[in-house]
Design a protein around this ligand. Structure first.
Ligand SMILES: Nc1ncnc2c1ncn2[C@@H]1O[C@H](COP(=O)(O)OP(=O)(O)OP(=O)(O)O)[C@@H](O)[C@H]1O
Length: 265
């Protein structure tokens, strides 16, 4: 920590912009304007979190980035053509096929590209090893814990080696211990694959632990209210979770979130 303040001020070095949202709006047919005037960039190799209260449009923004939905205003530049396989998407629920094994579930994105089991095996096993489930290839989802199911869901998103990994509150339903473990393992995967991650969460603590940059959203209409850079050089280990740097960054982020919600802390 520097003498004149916590690690908060350290901004990540400039990285190439891979995706840009410019004045993006999304109004639904029922009259709800989820987003309006959303300006944001995604930079190569960063771990970017979208943080905000429930209903502020984080998931809507992620679906627009994924190409699962189209904006009703503004422009999005840099969306990978054709969506999958260059994008991996992890939803809040693991959404596994109950009738298929772990291997079969992770095979799915490659099967949709016409790649058979034998040809896909090395990639599937590599993805399973990355999330620590190599030994569970023949298990069925009903035999797995909640954390293991989410690991399978992450392996399925990684099996195509996407340049961009989009995650919509993937750990929200898990207990805290499992969540911490998956946070650690996700960072290891991110470092190994050197991919770009956009991660939706409403947890200040999770966003500070994981991210190199946080965009704080405000609601009605959803847009970016604040940006917080986190020094990528900070060690993201258990010691970091209890460090003064982490506490200071969490306080700064909480204050930005409260301000975005029109409250004072
Ligand atoms: N398909 C839809 N049709 C109509 N309204 C929608 C639709 N999807 C989202 N909304 C509305 O848009 C707003 C933003 O929703 P969104 O799910 O993007 O927020 P969020 O920040 O991700 O919230 P949460 O953290 O609760 O998931 C909400 O008011 C929601 O009800």
């Amino acid at each position: 920590m520097s003498a004149d303040g916590p690690a908060q001020a350290t901004m990540a070095p400039a990285r190439e912009v891979v995706l840009r949202l410019d004045g993006v709006a999304k109004a639904f047919p029922n009259g709800v304007t989820a987003l309006d005037g959303l300006d944001m960039e995604v930079r190569a190799g960063e771990f970017l979190s979208l943080l905000g209260p429930s209903g502020c449009g984080k998931s809507t923004a992620l679906r627009l980035i994924a190409g699962l939905s189209e904006p009703t205003g503004g422009r999005i530049e840099g969306r990978p053509a054709g969506g999958a396989p260059s994008i991996g998407f992890v939803f809040q629920e693991p959404t596994l096929m109950p009738w298929a094994t772990v291997f079969g579930n992770v095979h799915l994105p490659l099967r949709l590209q016409g790649i058979g089991r034998r040809q896909a095996e090395a990639a599937i096993m590599e993805a399973l090893e990355m999330v620590g489930l190599g030994a569970f290839r023949d298990a069925y989802p009903r035999e797995l814990s909640g954390g293991m199911k989410m690991r399978v869901s992450i392996a399925r998103a990684l099996v195509t080696k996407p340049a961009l990994l989009l995650m919509d509150e993937p750990f929200a339903a898990l207990d805290e211990i499992t969540r911490f473990k998956l946070n650690n393992d996700l960072l290891a995967v991110w470092r190994q694959l050197k991919c770009t991650v956009v991660f939706v969460t409403h947890s200040v603590f999770e966003s500070v632990f994981l991210s190199t940059r946080i965009l704080v959203f405000r609601a009605r209409p959803g847009r970016v209210a604040a940006e917080i850079g986190i020094d990528p050089a900070l060690p993201r280990d258990e010691a970091f979770r209890t460090s003064a740097d982490y506490a200071a960054l969490c306080r700064q982020t909480s204050q930005a979130l409260a301000a975005a919600m029109g409250e004072r802390l």
